[in-house]
Design a protein around this ligand. Structure first.
Ligand code: NAP
Length: 432
């Protein structure tokens, strides 16, 4: 049997402690599968006195994780602190420059610094692995980098944020509005006190930018991801979606088009019969459409100590077995800088809900504006009659260019008979 692989862990919170628990539980099988023992030698966290429910005796303790990265008696550094800058970045960079491979679950760090880390890793002949950074326990990185490596991927669509999916699921299943589900989710610990990263789509965008790079052999380009969260999705829209045969999901979509790659995170209406429509609560799912394997749907827990530790361990085991492939599937200098298509150039179908004053002639005005912008209607729903009062008017629009759709909506919202802002949700026709 080969020498043990020595591991230093920076960060002993949910994931770091979960990793130690997993290794303790399955050490014999892991050793057999790697052909060598995995041995934790050193750890770092902020508070040395905290009871973490794990035995840290015999492990070297570092108050400074950046120091652990270079000084610990370890072959690899596992970064489980979090955050795209500061100590997490310093720890990873120090480790790579010192010729040590890094395993991280940190999507923000990889989205913002993945290219730089990959270059430094290549220069130092070491690796950076990040399976746990996207969709927790689902082995989506390995699937794209290895399992589907023989395919050309045309589109990835994923529920990449469990908190948002939890909120959307409860709004629909319990007929609750966004604010009350969010408050409940915070009380139950499903949502952070500051939930903005989750519900405003930033967390999903970090993950999407990583998946897009792997899928399309492109450099990570987080800054060009179009991001819209779920704050504006109302219970009324959730209920109309049901009536029209859709579910509303916050999706991250990366799609190859003639003009480049679309990267977008926003609420979508997806057909109720699609696999993704039926992924509920905090579960994640990623659908990959490719030329030979067709459409593959991956689903499973996207967070939590066990699932995340499982993904981190898979990366550590790859390093222990010397099973190393380039970080983004191809060497850094072969990654293209593919232009991101501006959201205005997106083509798709749309759901639009207006509150219009119930009087004759209103619908004709709206139809004329749509026609002037080359937007054509597939169906219309009007509910309730209240002469002189605003009532919902729901339209499903045929495939059109986003810029035309937005221009039409802007004009419609300026009509005297339209009350408040129109609600627009993109319709996404999935294949899985
Ligand atoms: N939780 C999940 O389900 C999940 C899922 C996928 C990915 N991730 C990613 O995994 C990473 C870790 O998440 P987590 O949920 O485990 O976070 P967490 O529970 O907040 O734990 C963070 C750990 O980092 C330590 N830490 C903070 N600042 C430090 C510093 N300056 N020096 C050394 N240690 C420091 C903390 O120490 P103390 O314990 O002493 O305070 C704590 O042990 C993040 O990048 C996150 O995005 C998490």
């Amino acid at each position: 049997m080969s020498e043990p692989l020595k591991i230093a862990i920076a960060g002993l919170g949910t994931v770091g402690a979960g990793l130690i628990t997993l290794l303790n539980a399955n050490a014999d099988a892991i050793t057999a599968r790697c052909g060598r023992e995995l041995r934790i030698t050193a750890v770092s966290a902020r508070d040395r006195t905290k009871d973490r429910g794990i035995d840290l005796s015999g492990l070297e303790w570092y108050d400074d994780a950046a120091k652990l990265a270079v000084e610990a008696d370890a072959d690899i550094i596992v970064e489980m602190i979090g955050g795209s800058e500061g100590i997490a970045l310093d720890t990873c960079m120090n480790a790579l420059k010192a010729g040590r491979s890094v395993v991280t679950a940190n999507k923000a760090l990889v989205a913002h610094h993945g290219m730089e880390m990959a270059r430094i890793a290549e220069e130092n002949n070491v690796s950076v692995l990040f399976e746990a950074a996207v969709a927790g326990g689902i082995p989506i990185i390995k699937s794209l980098r290895e399992g589907l490596a023989g395919n050309s991927v045309s589109r990835i669509s994923g529920i990449l944020n469990g908190t948002s999916n939890y909120i959307m699921t409860r709004m629909r299943n319990e007929s609750l509005d966004f604010e009350s589900v969010l408050k409940d989710a915070q009380d139950l610990g499903y949502a952070e006190v500051d939930p903005s990263f989750d519900i405003d789509g930033v967390d999903a965008a970090h993950k999407l930018s990583i998946l897009a790079s792997l899928a399309f052999g492109a450099q990570i380009n987080f800054d060009d991801v179009y991001i819209e969260g779920i704050r504006e999705v109302s219970l009324m829209d959730v209920q109309f979606a049901d009536e029209l045969g859709y579910r509303i999901k916050l999706l991250g979509i990366a799609q190859r088009t003639e003009n480049g790659i679309e990267q977008r995170v926003h609420p979508c209406m997806v057909p109720v019969a699609s696999a993704i429509a039926n992924i509920e609560y905090a579960i994640n799912a990623v659908e990959v459409e490719c030329d030979f394997a067709s459409t593959i749907v991956h689903a499973g827990p996207g967070a939590g100590a066990g699932p995340t530790a499982s993904a981190v361990m898979a990366d550590i085991m790859d390093i222990a077995r010397d099973n190393i492939v380039p970080l983004f599937g191809v060497p850094c200098d072969k990654l293209d800088a593919i232009p991101t298509v501006h959201m205005d150039e997106h083509h798709g179908e749309y759901y639009v809900r207006l509150m219009v004053v119930d009087r004759s002639g209103v619908f004709a005005e709206i139809a004329t504006i749509l026609q002037n912008h080359d937007v054509s209607m597939e169906s219309v729903l009007q509910r309730g009659r209240a002469p002189g009062e605003p009532v919902p008017l729901v339209m499903v629009l045929h495939e059109t260019r986003e810029a035309d759709m937005k221009a039409a909506i802007k004009e419609i919202s300026a009509l005297d008979s339209v009350d408040g802002d129109p609600h627009m949700i993109r319709i996404e026709l999935l294949h899985g």
